[in-house]
Write a protein that binds this ligand. Structure first.
Ligand SMILES: Cc1cc2nc3c(=O)[nH]c(=O)nc-3n(C[C@H](O)[C@H](O)[C@H](O)COP(=O)(O)OP(=O)(O)OC[C@H]3O[C@@H](n4cnc5c(N)ncnc54)[C@H](O)[C@@H]3O)c2cc1C
Length: 480
């Protein structure tokens, strides 16, 4: 367990005001609040560790979401603790490949109070730069962060949340779950039917081509990870076989600008989930594939095929070394291109409507067409010795023993606030907008929740009869 200075029990004033950060300031000057703070302080007699402590707010997860939350709580003078199972930046540090870089341009990295300040706003940070960005953020505002502590259980009793952790149990009035959207690697069970001598790795464990045995590699899935890993292997000269799924694609640049910049200008990223009839569907959408590698470029699977990569449709069956695929390769390629061209149509319309002086650009012409739909692959005959499963992640919130989820295990929430008073989620894809699960807008969502939390605490102070827990009424406050 590693306490950052301002988060150690000794570093806390116990008066709801955190020391050490330039943003520390007191709020809630009312007598009622002072009394409540004193009560909290009594309960927060916690040295030498976390065990037995009480916090007004506990933030679980020290990624970009948890840190953004902490920044906004700090800004409001709300005493809290951030618990991180590993080290800050763990997700980027431990679950990305060596050549990984952002797909979104650096200028979209808008951590609250600390937007990207480097010299390449239109570029794409590589893995280690992203980790440094997060570490620098910690150094910048010194959140009350405890690293190396996993929260293993969350319950609610007597108006407070009980958190069990690898460093002991403690309580909190309110809890923000910022544990990221991608928990357990998701691999279909047909993987168990592959021959035992075929090396299998999930995309989160893939690092570089040298990690895999000599021979061909089958990559399953064409979301962002699958496409980029297939490219990584392809550029390294490996014979790649790629099972192409239904993910859409987007061009990197069009008519003189990054498509992300156009979409931003067109208000796409300001659109909120409330604007969609099918919020559930939007939240489950697969990301468009494109890359930021080498300054950014398209990912064109047809060009890969032209240059020797073998493409297949969706993987449908495994019987030892004999694999079967759906006959949807052409469909999937055509659909991905149609989405990319549709985005260009929208950009053209925007340019015309706004009378923007942008250079003309010829449209994409497919550089390769499948002459047949390969339905099978014999791994032995093709010399394939390894398989990379780029098949995404499953959520794992089983440690939260509260009725906050729907039938799929997805948290039921509005803008991160749940029907359980004082329980919030942050960092979910499309929690409120496209950027919610990304660097682009997680800070805005954190600011919203901090306002909600502050209002709950104020209301609890005014009501005076509450013993630390926000009231049902406070949790239902229509903020924002
Ligand atoms: C392959 C890939 C590429 C991406 N590319 C981009 C991109 O280009 N641009 C972009 O903006 N976004 C991108 N994202 C999306 C998003 O930015 C990342 O997923 C990011 O890591 C999410 O940040 P987070 O803080 O919400 O969650 P995480 O980074 O996952 O952080 C959650 C933290 O919580 C900790 N934790 C989990 N459970 C517990 C527990 N029980 N107790 C204590 N701690 C716990 C974890 O250790 C982790 O550090 C990408 C995602 C993936 C998977």
């Amino acid at each position: 367990m590693r306490w950052h200075s301002s988060s150690s029990p000794e570093g806390r004033t116990g008066l709801g005001v955190l020391q050490g950060g330039s943003h520390a300031r007191a709020v809630f000057p009312s007598r009622g609040h002072r009394v409540r703070r004193e009560r909290r302080r009594e309960r927060a007699v916690n040295p030498p560790g976390l065990a037995g402590a009480h916090y007004p707010v506990a933030v679980v997860g020290g990624g970009q979401a948890g840190l953004s939350m902490s920044y906004h709580l700090r800004e409001r003078g709300i005493d809290h603790v951030v618990l991180e199972a590993g080290r800050v930046g763990r997700e980027w540090r431990e679950r990305r490949w060596d050549t990984f870089c952002l797909v979104t341009p650096n200028w979209q990295c808008k951590l609250p109070g600390y937007p990207y300040q480097g010299t390449d706003p239109d570029g794409f940070m590589v893995r280690d730069e992203i980790v440094r960005y997060l570490e620098d953020y910690v150094a910048f505002f010194r959140p009350p962060l405890v690293e190396g502590v996993t929260v293993t259980g969350l319950r609610r009793s007597g108006g407070v949340f009980d958190l069990t952790t690898t460093a002991g149990a403690f309580t909190a009035d309110q809890v923000v779950v910022a544990t990221g959207p991608y928990h357990a690697p998701s691999v279909p069970r047909m993987a168990e039917r592959l021959p035992s001598d075929v090396e299998q790795v999930h995309s989160s464990r893939y690092r570089n081509p040298d990690q895999l045995p000599d021979g061909g590699v089958l990559v399953i899935g064409t979301g962002q990870s699958g496409c980029q890993i297939a490219e990584d292997l392809h550029l390294a000269g490996r014979q790649v076989h790629l099972a192409v799924g239904g993910a859409p694609r987007v061009a990197r640049f069009y008519r003189g600008k990054d498509c992300v910049a156009w979409l931003d200008e067109m208000g796409h990223y300001a659109k909120t989930i409330d604007a969609f009839d099918d919020a559930d569907g939007v939240r489950m959408r697969v990301n468009h594939y494109v890359t930021g590698r080498d300054g950014g470029r398209d990912i064109d699977l047809r060009a890969f095929a032209r240059d020797g990569m073998r493409l297949y449709g969706r993987l449908t069956g495994v019987d030892g070394a004999a694999l079967e695929f759906a006959d949807d390769l052409k469909l999937n390629l055509d659909r991905a291109d149609a989405v990319a061209e549709g985005i260009k149509d929208a950009i053209d319309a925007h340019i015309a409507a706004q009378r923007i002086d942008a250079p003309a650009e010829a449209r994409y012409v497919p550089v390769w067409e499948p002459s047949e739909q390969p339905r099978s692959l014999d791994l032995r005959a093709a010399g394939v010795t390894s398989v990379v499963w780029a098949t995404g992640f499953a959520r794992d919130h089983r440690w939260i023993e509260l009725p906050a989820f729907d039938g799929r295990g997805y948290p039921m929430h509005w803008r991160g606030a749940t029907s359980i008073p004082g329980l919030y989620f942050l960092g979910l894809p499309w929690q409120y907008s496209w950027g919610s699960g990304r660097f682009e807008a997680v800070g805005r969502d954190a600011g919203f929740l901090a306002g909600h939390i502050e209002a709950s605490l104020r209301l609890a102070d005014v009501c005076g009869t509450l013993t630390g827990a926000p009231s049902e009424l406070a949790s239902a406050l229509p903020l924002g």
